[in-house]
Design a binder for this molecule. Sequence first.
Ligand SMILES: Cc1cc2nc3c(=O)[nH]c(=O)nc-3n(C[C@H](O)[C@H](O)[C@H](O)COP(=O)(O)OP(=O)(O)OC[C@H]3O[C@@H](n4cnc5c(N)ncnc54)[C@H](O)[C@@H]3O)c2cc1C
Length: 473
Amino acid sequence: MNKPIAYDMLVIGSGPAGQKAAVEAARSGASVALIEKTRKLGGACVQRGTIPSKTLRENALRVRNMRMNAQLSNFKLAEDTELATLITRLNNVLNAHDEYMRKQLERTKVNLIHGRARFLSPQDVEVESVRGEKQTYSSGHILIATGSHPRKPPDIPVDHEHLFDSDSILSMMYLPKSLTVLGGGVIASEYASIFQALGVSVTMIDKYPHPLGFLDNDLTQTFLNDFTQMGGTWKGNTKVTRCYWNGMDAVITECDNGTEVRSEKLLCAAGRVANVKELEIGNAGLELNDRGLIDVDDQLETQVRGIYAAGDVIGPPSLASASMEQGRRAACNSLEITSGLVHSVIPAGIYSIPELSSVGISETHAREKFGDVFVGIARFDEIARGQISGALNGMLKIVCDTDGKTILGIMIVGEGATELIHIGQMALINNSPVDIFVETVFNFPTLAEAYRAAALEIIHQRKSKASRIKAGF
Ligand SMILES: Cc1cc2nc3c(=O)[nH]c(=O)nc-3n(C[C@H](O)[C@H](O)[C@H](O)COP(=O)(O)OP(=O)(O)OC[C@H]3O[C@@H](n4cnc5c(N)ncnc54)[C@H](O)[C@@H]3O)c2cc1C
């Protein structure tokens, strides 16, 4: 082993978790090395996930709006539209992000090391450069933030030419005429609705009856109504038995109910797997749990003292937003810097068309756990702003405890859902009673007014329950 170079902290992976950890540690005065194997910084979030898919979504929304206003513009996408033209701004966004991150690392004096990391011992990490040169780095504080890659089901022959996964889907040259999407999770729902909005004929296939099963059915049904109104097809309760490129013109997907779906391309969105293979974590005394993830305690420390882990490598919620905060906290905990209160209330944002977002627990979950909970619903078509802006297909739901006071969860589907959710998140974090939404004056006309309408429904239900009890019913 060559002579190790020592740092106060080593961070492996430059995604949201690693980047925020490195910057936080360096700001506290620690000497920090950030190890990244790819040429570009930012991980799946910047290069293949969040930012690329959301950039495409912006353009899909524009295309959809132009099509909806067809009588004004008679808009039609050209045949064989190149995908690159639909994500024209992507390179600008990515380059700007890369430059910003590099400058931030330089400013905070984080040493960026380009190479593939693997553990030699609990304190030693070897980094192999693209030219095959090896150097060892050592530290008593190491953060694993190596992220995840798409799960490859053994029977789906992903070739990145006709059958894609969520990392390669945007490498398609042309917008296909038809696309089969396997899966009903977040990434599947986002890409299925984005491509459908672009005019691709999309068929989503999943073994569960509804997509996005962690949300209540009324929300996912609103999503499905919009998706099918755009022309998409949902095949729930359906198992794929075989899937192949026919060598000529189509991907054939055979299902257990005897149906066969033909499409030009296929996206397999069957979840993600932690990036740990190359790390050889066994050399550090670490092992994976039965879900293939690294276990951490509430300080984000692994079972080996001094080694922390954050982001997708530790599993759900597997969001860029949560990964950033986990990375920052892991660095603080490791270096014993005060990091502030931990809030377990994390919103989930699903950037499908329409958007969905939730915070706290669902109505289904609340009923299972507490019984007769209070639920208030406001539909966007009952809100002035919904009518004005044509954002009619949406709803906001508040779930309260059995007294109808304490907020347990909020779920929104429709325009602005991923932004609107933060109002509810703040109420939840501050333990505000649902009445806060009625006692507060919101701007008019806004979609945020839906909070007031849903809260009023709960307050009315609460009052009528109280009078029923008083009257002895
Ligand atoms: C299509 C898609 C859409 C998404 N949309 C959203 C969204 O809208 N909102 C949201 O919050 N989240 C979204 N996500 C999730 C988000 O991208 C991830 O949760 C986030 O990127 C995880 O961050 P991370 O730092 O854990 O890992 P990553 O971002 O995966 O970064 C890990 C880094 O580690 C590097 N690495 C791995 N192994 C090694 C090694 N041995 N040596 C050196 N370097 C290594 C990798 O090259 C990579 O750069 C989306 C994901 C996908 C795939």
